[in-house]
Unconditional design. Structure first.
Length: 186
């Protein structure tokens, strides 16, 4: 088992019994997403997946942590929703292999490696949306959170030629400094 998987499994084991809350940027833009399917990347215990399933999307959730995904499955069942889950290491080449195509992708509190974007684009239908919200470098400055997991200002503006940037913003909220992106697949 990888060190990253061990770390996240331990973190989810120590969490309480309450489901997580979806990030505000996703809540604000859920109506912008195309109806249909959503790939929730680095889903954890389901902050985005649970909201998306409640709103009628067909959700596939990916994460490295079996414990996080087990929590997600439990919360979804308690809420009367279904979420397809799959354990995968997103840092490995071909992590999305065999998943098919999706109308949307959502990435929350995760900074994908540069090589990941080319693989992701192949799994989003033309006109589909990619929403990302995660920590920015100011979060590192203010909290000491690892800079490796934080975005530089505008870092993803030209992340892939097949992704048209629709919106980019930065916010500071409750001790979190975040960058938000919304892309459309060309």
């Amino acid at each position: 088992m990888s060190a990253a998987r061990d770390k996240w499994n331990a973190r989810y084991l120590s969490k309480g019994d309450r489901p997580p809350t979806a990030p505000s940027f996703l809540q604000k833009h859920i109506g912008s997403l195309k109806s249909g399917s959503v790939l929730d990347i680095a889903a954890g215990d389901g902050a985005a997946s649970l909201l998306l399933a409640r709103e009628g999307f067909a959700v596939t959730a990916l994460d490295i942590s079996e414990n996080g995904l087990e929590r997600l499955a439990t919360f979804a069942e308690e809420q009367g929703n279904q979420v397809a889950i799959q354990v995968c290491d997103l840092e490995q080449p071909g992590a999305l292999s065999g998943l098919g195509q999706f109308d949307n992708a959502v990435i929350t509190l995760y900074k994908p490696a540069p090589a990941f974007w080319s693989e992701l684009v192949e799994h989003i239908v033309p006109g589909g949306l990619v929403l990302l919200t995660t920590f920015n470098v100011e979060h590192h400055v203010q909290t000491g959170f690892s800079k490796r997991f934080c975005l530089e200002p505008g870092e993803l503006e030209g992340v892939h030629p097949a992704l048209e940037l629709i919106e980019y913003s930065s916010t500071a909220n409750d001790g979190n400094w975040m960058d938000h992106y919304l892309f459309r697949r060309r």
